[in-house]
Design a protein around this ligand. Structure first.
Ligand code: B4P
Length: 190
């Protein structure tokens, strides 16, 4: 089973590229952001607990996302593997994922890390906010907070996976098609 992580700051194109990569390589796309937004829309207890945090651009507790991912890994048998989008986002989540996979005889294949300029991130997120209605994409202060949370809590993961020898940086600037081609080259040569 393949286990690819797609990594990068908010607005770097993780969600956008994941859809195409999952289709091309027959992977199950697991987006913790999408799963959490679905909980909010459904009005579940979990959704009520995480709504305020997400609207402020803060991370939800590690235990919540770790449990969501564990359920998904065990429910899927038909695909060639998994594409984790927006997970892990902290060192604790990364260690939990490695342990979860280890117990099932699997390991992380590679971390595909999208590199995008700060101003381009803000431009993309504000652009999506104007059409999607996502509250965390509509306020510049929330967007800047998400980028700051990423720099302090998530970016250190790059070093964690660099030490494992599976960190693969990819230029995330340019058209969706060009970036997709770069990602495919990395997946195919992995
Ligand atoms: P996510 O849903 O993961 O969203 P994101 O990081 O903000 O955006 P993403 O990276 O997927 O968007 P994309 O660039 O594709 O997280 C939302 C929130 O959920 C977090 O803030 C947190 O509160 C919570 N959460 C999620 N996972 C968690 C975890 N593991 N632990 C704790 N909390 C967690 O797209 C952005 C825009 O750019 C789109 O409009 C797109 O069309 C556009 N775009 C993409 N590529 C482009 C390109 N090449 N050129 C121009 N525009 C492009």
């Amino acid at each position: 089973m393949l286990n690819f992580l797609i990594f990068g700051p908010p607005g770097s194109g993780k969600g956008t590229q994941s859809v195409h990569l999952a289709e091309k390589f027959n992977l199950l796309h697991l987006s913790t952001g999408d799963m959490l937004r679905a909980e909010i829309i459904s009005g579940s207890e979990l959704g009520k607990r995480v709504k305020g945090l997400m609207e402020k651009g803060e991370l939800v507790p590690d235990s919540v996302v770790i449990e969501m991912i564990a359920h998904k890994i065990d429910s899927e048998k038909m695909k060639s593997g998994f594409l984790y989008d927006g997970f892990p986002r902290t060192v604790e989540q990364a260690v939990a994922l490695e342990e979860m996979l280890g117990r099932r005889g699997m390991k992380i294949s590679a971390m595909l890390a999208l590199d995008v300029d700060h101003d381009e991130l803000v431009r993309r997120l504000m652009g999506r906010g104007a059409v999607s209605g996502r509250p965390d994409d509509q306020d510049i202060k929330v967007i800047e907070n998400r980028i700051e949370v990423y720099r302090s809590k998530t970016e250190p993961l790059a070093d964690h996976f660099r030490k494992r020898g599976i960190y693969r940086p990819v230029n995330g600037m340019g058209s969706v098609e060009d970036i997709f081609e770069r990602l495919c080259m990395v997946v195919e040569t992995n």
